[in-house]
Design a protein around this ligand. Structure first.
Ligand code: GLU
Length: 298
């Protein structure tokens, strides 16, 4: 029987905080409990925000926490060809279309429609307005001309075309830490025509995560509840690309004393800052509910 595969997949765009520590420790603990493998993946497609010093700091913090992972580590920025192959597949099947709109254009358009109709335009689970479809009606000549002129564009899922081909349902297995499993369905349509290839990089978080989980044979995705809604798009992409769907568990988030989610942008105390004021890795493990550091494997 093949071993279950877990992964922790941070983005090197800032220092890790307690929330990351919890996620990494939980993946490691589950891999140990189920005699599985534990992988670390560096999600560095956002070349403007990711930095090598943050990547080095991730390794340093995780080693300090007592974690060990398989090498070599997969670094997404080294695998754009894999993501390109995936979106070419979707393109070839007519399931995506290029979009030249800027965020501002979309916001202005949505605002105008809201004013005209006197009611709110639908939003996706992240609160962004659903794409109003401006570029869907462009003629093939217009699209070809703009692309050959080098106009930056994203690729969006054509949810109408997808729905015709695969109306659903889109099920996946959710598992709890007690070992219970239940089959639930996602609702990809609430994301509208989501972007799956960004303007500045030939992929997106959603596309890379799905391609990598499949290529790395990840069987169990364990990550924070803040990514639960994104699972809609992940299950959809797995179906469209003919990839298997892992089991998912979305864990509760570690909150700061004010009840807010820890975030790099909110300047939440980072692990290295805790370390600098004398907090030990054993204390962190205990505070987060994990056993003391296991003896290193040989
Ligand atoms: N790279 C994502 C993050 O740092 C996590 C992706 C995932 O676990 O699916 O939030």
């Amino acid at each position: 029987m093949t071993k279950p595969v877990f992964r922790f997949a941070p983005s090197p765009n800032g220092r890790l905080h307690l929330g990351h520590a919890y996620s990494a420790l939980l993946n490691d603990a589950l891999a140990r409990r189920f005699d599985g493998r534990f992988l670390l993946r560096i999600e560095d497609i956002d070349i403007a925000r990711c930095r090598p010093e943050y990547e080095r700091a991730i390794y340093e913090d995780l080693v300090w926490l007592g974690l060990e992972w398989e090498k070599p580590v997969r670094r997404q920025a080294e695998h754009f060809t894999d993501y390109r192959t995936a979106f070419q597949t979707l393109k070839g099947r007519g399931l995506v279309y290029p979009c030249f709109c800027s965020r501002k254009h979309i916001a202005d358009k949505v605002e105008a429609v809201e004013a005209q109709r006197g009611k709110a335009w639908p939003r996706d689970p992240d609160g962004a307005p659903l794409y109003p479809g401006t570029c869907k009606g462009l003629s093939p000549e217009d699209v070809a001309g703009r692309i050959s002129a080098g106009e930056p564009h994203t690729l969006r899922i054509d949810s109408e075309a997808v729905r015709k081909l695969f109306p659903g349902p889109y099920p996946f297995t959710r598992f709890s830490l007690d070992g219970d499993e239940e089959i639930v369905e996602v609702d990809p349509w609430r994301w509208g025509d989501a972007v799956i290839v960004r303007k500045e990089v030939p992929t997106s978080y959603h596309l890379s995560v799905v391609v990598d989980d499949a290529l790395q044979g990840v069987t169990h995705v364990v990550r924070g509840q803040d990514l639960e809604a994104a699972t809609d798009l992940h299950v959809l992409l797995q179906k469209l690309l003919g990839l298997s769907t892992p089991l998912y568990h979305h864990h509760g988030l570690i909150l700061d004393p004010g009840g807010d989610k820890l975030a790099k942008s909110r300047r939440s105390e980072a692990l290295f800052e805790l370390r600098a004021r004398g907090v030990s890795a054993a204390e962190i493990r205990q505070k987060l509910g994990f056993a003391p550091q296991p003896t290193p494997s040989t």
